[in-house]
Design a protein around this ligand. Structure first.
Ligand SMILES: [Zn+2]
Ligand SMILES: [Zn+2]
Length: 119
């Protein structure tokens, strides 16, 4: 039986368009497999659980990841203030959070984030 994908909100930092990221466990790491644009009329459950990489793993980007569906950014970061995930173009040294407006340099790695649904 295939493992249930892990879903989390990923907002586009360029267009602020909401998206849904799909993650899978890859050993100790949580791997981002893809992001789909959220349909404008769809409603996602807001309350989720925290998911966490284990054994020193972290959040990684799958080799199959095609980039942000809204702007094509090749990476995703989590805001240190509001803890929302958002796309980030790794050629940009500074991240601007689309959810709370914070901007700053990207540091560290993501090891946990909030998932969607009851998971
Ligand atoms: Zn984007
Ligand atoms: Zn933020």
């Amino acid at each position: 039986m295939p493992e249930q994908p892990i879903l989390a909100n990923v907002t586009c930092s360029a267009t602020r368009h909401p998206g849904v990221g799909r993650f899978g466990r890859q050993g100790a790491n949580l791997e981002l497999k893809g992001v789909s644009r959220q349909r404008p009329d769809s409603v996602l459950p807001m309350s989720g659980s925290q998911t966490q990489a284990t054994d020193g793993g972290s959040f990684t980007i799958s080799a199959d990841y095609r980039g942000c569906p809204s702007c094509g950014a090749d990476n995703v970061v989590r805001c240190s203030r509001c803890h929302q995930l958002a796309c980030w173009d790794s050629s940009q040294p500074v991240f601007h959070c689309p959810s709370c407006g914070k901007s700053g340099p990207v540091t560290g790695v993501i090891t946990r984030f909030s998932t969607l649904g009851g998971g």
